[in-house]
Every structure is written in structure tokens, then in C-alpha cells.
Design a protein around this ligand. Structure first.
Ligand code: 3PG
Length: 210
């Protein structure tokens, strides 16, 4: 699982956090992101459309790698797997979810904010974590500090990251990808401006070039 999660995060340096309010927008939105070069996607279960969106996007866009986000209990974990999610992301850790995921078919990227969270996951074999909420939990300075006691751990920071700050995180050796909702602005989605979404993804990727 740890290798698979690392592989997924290494596929693309940007992981858009997607929340579907209008079910009709799920496939065109995700298609635009993929066209813009971003094919790892986190579809959150924050709305009642999340699971159906995962099902549809998996079918319509086989080249995408679709994760379920904002999973907070084992029941949602199972539902996400049944919907076809290829990985699961939680905002934090509970012992129940960490233990459940060890033998689940689909790998988990658990969310951590502190060294204690990390120790809980680390002791169970986890080596890849989401760092959330990145900006308020210490940003790049915290990730540099985590590298001391946890040199073999990788992070996907998320929470408060923007196009202009993504590169600062990706410059760290323990960060392979950063997540965020800046890639899916509500205004562009409401206007069905799929070209705008694709261009934003492209520009965000281009902005990472040295
Ligand atoms: C998440 O769940 O990862 C965050 O809500 C994304 O954070 P952002 O909206 O600040 O990018």
C-alpha cells in the first residue's frame, strides 16, 4: 500500500480537491483537469454527490486516478471502495480507520497535523501522509521539522495552499504532491467554464517549472 500511494502521489505534483455540488458537473470538471495535465483527483464525500461522482468519473475517464476524500469512518471507506475509488484520503487519523485500511483493498493516505498523529500511523506501517491543514499547522517549516524524526516519511500537504505557494512545498524533499481546491474555483464551475479549469491546471503545472 505505501508503495502504491507513493506511486499515485508521484504521478502528478498537484492533487485537486474536488467537491461536487451539481452532479452534472462531475465528469466535465474532471475531464478538464485531466486535459490540463492533472490526472490524480480527490473527490470529496463532503456532499451527497461524492460517491456517484467517483463512479461516473471512473467510468468516463479511465486515464484518471480517482481518490475519495474527506472519508472519516470505516463505513465511508467501504462505500468509497465500492464506488471505485483507487485510494482514500482522511483529514485526520483514528485507530479504527488506520487498522481497517491495512487490510482494505484500496490504500489510505491518512491526514496528520502533529508528531503524535504521525506516530500513530507510523507504528502501523504508514509512511505516506496528507499534512492537513498545511498552512495553519505550520506550513513548510513544520514539514522541514518532521523530516528530522521521520526521515522516511512522505507528505501531501493540503489546506490553504494556493497556486503561488505550491512550489515552496514541492521544493521540500519529503513532498511529492500538494493538494488544494484552488484548482477547482466555484465561479468557473458555476459558469461551466471547462476551458478555464483546464487552463488553470496547465498554468499551475507550468508555474512549478524552475
Ligand atoms: C482538503 O480537504 O484537503 C482541503 O479542504 C483543501 O484545502 P483548501 O480548500 O484550502 O485548498
Amino acid at each position: 500500500h505505501q508503495q502504491r500511494i507513493h506511486q499515485i502521489l508521484s504521478t502528478c505534483p498537484l492533487l485537486p480537491v474536488i467537491t461536487i455540488h451539481d452532479p452534472e458537473t462531475a465528469v466535465p470538471l474532471c475531464r478538464a483537469l485531466v486535459e490540463g495535465g492533472v490526472r490524480t483527483l480527490e473527490i470529496t464525500l463532503r456532499t451527497c454527490h461524492g460517491l456517484q461522482a467517483i463512479r461516473e468519473v471512473r467510468q468516463a475517464l479511465p486515464q484518471a486516478i480517482v481518490g475519495a476524500g474527506t472519508v472519516t469512518c470505516t463505513q465511508q471507506y467501504r462505500q468509497a471502495e465500492l464506488a471505485g475509488a483507487q485510494f482514500v484520503i482522511t483529514p485526520g487519523v483514528t485507530e479504527a480507520v488506520l487498522d481497517f485500511a491495512i487490510t482494505a483493498p484500496v490504500p489510505l493516505l491518512p491526514g496528520v497535523a502533529t508528531p503524535s498523529d504521525l506516530m500513530l500511523g507510523y507504528s502501523r506501517g504508514y509512511r505516506q501522509f496528507k499534512f492537513f491543514p498545511a498552512e495553519v499547522a505550520g506550513g513548510t517549516a513544520a514539514l522541514k521539522a518532521f523530516a528530522g524524526p521521520f526521515p522516511d516519511v512522505g507528505f501531501c500537504p493540503t489546506g490553504g495552499i494556493r497556486q503561488s505557494t505550491a512550489g515552496d512545498y514541492l521544493a521540500l524533499s519529503n513532498v511529492a504532491a500538494v493538494g488544494g481546491s484552488w484548482l477547482t474555483p466555484a465561479e468557473l464551475i458555476a459558469e461551466h467554464n471547462w476551458q478555464g479549469i483546464a487552463e488553470l491546471a496547465k498554468a499551475s503545472l507550468a508555474g512549478l517549472e524552475p
